[in-house]
Design a protein around this ligand. Structure first.
Ligand SMILES: C[S@@+](CC[C@H](N)C(=O)[O-])C[C@H]1O[C@@H](n2cnc3c(N)ncnc32)[C@H](O)[C@@H]1O
Length: 470
């Protein structure tokens, strides 16, 4: 219906007007796609993190996605969708070939592919095709035939480091983590997804909830879970890259987002926050930067926890030297270690979605056993919505409904949790939950959900669920 086209156009047009108004009132320009990223993007100062701009961006993106699906010839959409794998594959090649670091010194003039390729160990004719495909998708710019320069998106692939002899081995260490997301996504994740069709349809695995009966095992021909594989010598590079990629995911929202997602000032001075499955502990580190009187325990698998200690020594050495942070290598399905006092907070970011119901209930019970009467379970994870209106047993303050004809879950503006949902299904047999799904496992684990907070600064940032002992 042409009326849908008009409605979508109007959503885009009025939302862009709002963005332009905020630019005018704040005196900030909107970043150009042709320029490398500015670091303010990752702070509340970034224009995209302004609350009005952030909500307008969601509307523009949701409407633009729906407009393309509506207006483009359906067979074209089918073909580009069916072959869309070419994008992560090409991004993975550009990342592995270190193209962003190689072309950085050339700036906006760009570098000829004949000068890039020898440094990548690639055939220039083939690399040019990869980079041209990426430039056509707005990653890199082809500024003259076969000459490529960085742009807003491709600059995210740049670790900011100088190229060294054995660059690949250390490339991601202490990097911003965005190139690591691409490396991880185009490697073990995509390989697991490649095998998902068989895993979901073969009778031996179709109904499994086991963490080691997934595409990951099929591709890598192992019986080890993705997590157990990371603890092997063969898995070490991927384990370390994954830990860095997790800190890169924090770039989806500024590090400070964790501070506005929960009232950390309500935790008593000198209180204890246990960062369960904390990885490098980068999330709890942001909390104690703002609340230095808090003590932290970072818990994770033994190999990861060694990296966590290094991370804190590099990023907040004062907390380490004052012995206000402890690092405990464990499996969190075992009983919790004895702590000086029951924790004030068990913090779980991106943990609940990693486990199918039977496992996460077991973890919640372990935490419940170690909790005191005032311990809070603070879960920072996605809450997935249906792609239609749906009643739920727990009422969420979602704010106004998206304007028609947008989907109630904001469609293309909200793809990340739905993509992660399938990604973690493919490699660890887990998934994102609806609010009712969260409520069910929280209750079964001996806790009571008392608060669900959309981040007050931006609805697109991860929400927080707070539970207390039942
Ligand atoms: C998705 S990451 C989240 C890391 C961190 N919370 C964050 O938000 O960046 C999941 C973490 O759980 C850890 N993990 C997986 N299985 C575990 C287990 N059985 N015991 C302890 N940690 C585990 C992984 O090593 C990884 O660091």
């Amino acid at each position: 219906m042409a009326s849908d086209l008009i409605a979508l156009r109007d959503i885009i047009s009025s939302s862009i007007d709002k963005i332009v108004d905020v630019c005018a009132s704040t005196g900030k320009d909107f970043p150009s796609l042709d320029q490398p990223i500015h670091l303010s993007e990752f702070t509340p100062d970034g224009i995209r993190n302004h609350p009005d701009v952030s909500s307008s961006i969601s509307l523009v993106v949701a409407a633009a996605f729906q407009l393309i699906a509506t207006v483009q010839a359906p067979a074209s959409t089918l073909t580009t969708s069916a072959f869309q794998f070419a994008l992560p594959v090409s991004l993975g090649i550009a990342e592995a070939a270190n193209v962003a670091e190689i072309i950085r010194p050339a700036g906006s003039k760009g570098m000829h592919v004949n000068d890039i390729a020898p440094k990548s160990g690639m055939d220039p004719k083939k690399l040019a095709r990869i980079l041209r495909f990426l430039a056509t998708n707005h990653w890199f710019r082809e500024v003259a035939p076969d000459v490529f320069a960085t742009n807003l998106l491709s600059s995210l692939l740049d670790t900011g480091k100088e190229l060294t002899e054995n660059f690949a081995a250390t490339k991601h260490q202490n990097s911003p983590g965005l190139a690591a997301i691409v490396g991880y996504g185009s490697d073990e994740l995509m390989k697991s997804m490649l095998c998902m069709k068989e895993v979901l349809t073969e009778p031996e695995t179709a109904f499994s909830e086991e963490v080691n009966e997934t595409g990951f095992q099929k591709f890598f021909k192992t019986k080890l879970s993705h997590w157990a594989y990371y603890e092997t010598p063969e898995g070490k590079f991927r384990r370390d890259r994954f830990a860095v990629a997790m800190s890169g995911l924090s770039k989806l929202q500024p590090p400070e987002a964790i501070l506005s997602g929960f009232d950390w000032s309500s935790v008593p001075k000198g209180g204890l926050v246990v960062d369960v499955g904390g990885g490098t502990g980068h999330v709890s580190l942001e909390i104690v930067k703002a609340f230095p009187e808090l003590n932290v325990v970072v818990e994770d698998a033994p190999g990861v926890i060694a990296k966590a200690k290094e991370y804190w020594e590099a990023n907040l050495p004062s907390h380490v030297s004052q012995e206000k942070v402890d690092f405990i290598g464990l499996s969190f399905f075992d009983p919790q270690p004895s702590l000086p006092s029951p924790p004030d907070v068990f913090l779980l970011r991106y943990i609940v979605h990693d486990w199918s119901d039977k496992y996460i209930i077991k973890l919640f019970r372990r935490l419940r056993d170690a909790a005191g009467p005032s311990t809070k379970l603070v879960i920072v994870d996605s809450i997935i919505g249906y792609a239609c209106d749906a009643p739920s047993t727990y009422s969420l303050d979602e704010g106004p409904k998206p304007p028609a004809p947008l989907l109630s879950n904001m469609g293309g503006a909200n793809l990340i949790p739905y993509t992660i949902d399938l990604a973690i299904l493919s490699c660890i047999n887990s998934g994102e939950r609806t609010i009712d799904g969260h409520n069910k496992v929280i209750e079964a684990g001996g806790w009571k959900l008392v608060e669900v907070r959309k981040n007050p600064i931006s609805k697109t940032w991860l929400p927080t669920l707070v539970a207390v002992p039942a």
